[in-house]
Design a protein. Structure first.
Length: 337
């Protein structure tokens, strides 16, 4: 490639602007570890020179940059947004493009660019997730298989080569399926709470206010209202000094993550201790699974309904005798304490 650039640098072969482009790329290739200043200067010089050059010079420059270990992100995005005839080698083989740039190109430049990205030798789960969401990763595989199945019969390779290729495809497919499972899990919308018990805006605001003032009684009353449970259950949840039960409850009710962290830190000071860049409350909430928290809280509510009987629902007549209702009331009161 360098020899071809040298040929293009001959004054009689191409236009002067093509020579400038090739010289610029060749100089950049010679930098083993370019500094930030050199990367910035190359990015500023490359774009106008590239746009003024011929198509052949553009393809040669892009092919050369696709072999560079470091390319300025603006230049990577600029090249990736060129027509696919020019950008394809860079999208397919360059290791200097970061995941965010690949995702941006796939989402903005259409199917041809996305298919070129799919042909890269390796893709991160983040990029594959984006490609799957664009319905590009699987269609590309489907098109490849269909084309190979209807193509004219080709000479059969040696058995060892077939086995190696089949094993490679099997490993690739297994990895793709695992990544798709992870992608489906990550794509789950935690804001979709249709059919789930959720805090209203007023209840969430009150919980934050009472947490700020450390009004445990008022906080428990609001929490009981949100759960449609007895005051006893809300107080029982808050009595857990580890803060785990309150964290589970707030997660099940869909309270905002930052507000839930704040409430835990106010009522349980030990959860305000910092672990690295986050508090212990943050770690506790982050470890809780939303679906499991909903199941646990619903179990607590069912147990609460079995053991607590609101005054307005008490039976007017004895259940089994003259004093049965009084015994029932005493038993409920003792449990509520």
């Amino acid at each position: 490639m360098r020899d071809r650039f040298r040929d293009l640098e001959e004054p009689a072969t191409v236009r002067k602007k093509d020579v400038v482009l090739m010289a610029t790329v060749t100089s950049f290739e010679g930098l083993k570890h370019p500094s930030k200043s050199e990367l910035r200067q190359f990015a500023e010089l490359f774009t106008p020179v590239f746009q003024a050059s011929s198509e052949e010079a553009k393809r040669q420059a892009v092919a050369a940059l696709s072999q560079c270990a470091t390319v300025p992100p603006p230049v990577s995005l600029f090249i990736g947004c060129q027509p696919i005839a020019i950008a394809a080698p860079f999208l397919t083989s360059s290791q200097a493009i970061d995941d965010d740039t690949l995702i941006t190109i796939a989402r903005t430049q259409g199917a041809a660019h996305a298919k070129a990205i799919v042909r890269r030798p390796s893709l991160s789960p983040k990029v594959i997730d984006a490609l799957v969401s664009l319905h590009q990763a699987e269609p590309e595989r489907g098109m490849t298989l269909s084309a190979s199945s209807v193509a004219a019969p080709a000479p059969q390779p040696e058995p060892s080569a077939v086995d190696v290729e089949a094993e490679r495809l099997a490993r690739e497919e297994a990895l793709r399926q695992k990544i798709k499972q992870v992608a489906r899990h990550l794509a789950r919308d935690n804001n979709d709470r249709l059919g789930l018990r959720s805090l209203s805006d007023v209840q969430e605001a009150l919980l934050v206010r009472f947490a700020r003032e450390r009004e445990a009684q008022q906080f428990a009353a609001t929490l009981a209202d949100a759960l449609s449970s007895s005051r006893w259950l809300a107080e029982r949840i808050m009595i857990d000094t580890s803060g785990q039960q309150l964290a589970v409850t707030l997660t099940s009710l869909g309270m905002g993550f930052a507000d839930a962290v704040y409430a835990l830190e106010r009522f349980y000071p030990h959860l305000a201790e910092q672990h690295g860049t986050v508090s212990r409350a943050w770690l506790v909430l982050d470890s809780i699974d939303a679906e499991e928290s909903q199941a646990r809280v619903e179990a607590w509510r069912r147990a609460d309904r079995y053991t607590y009987l609101p005054p307005e629902q008490k039976p007017a007549a004895p259940l089994f005798g003259p004093k049965a209702s009084q015994i029932r009331e005493l038993r409920v009161v003792s449990r509520s304490r």
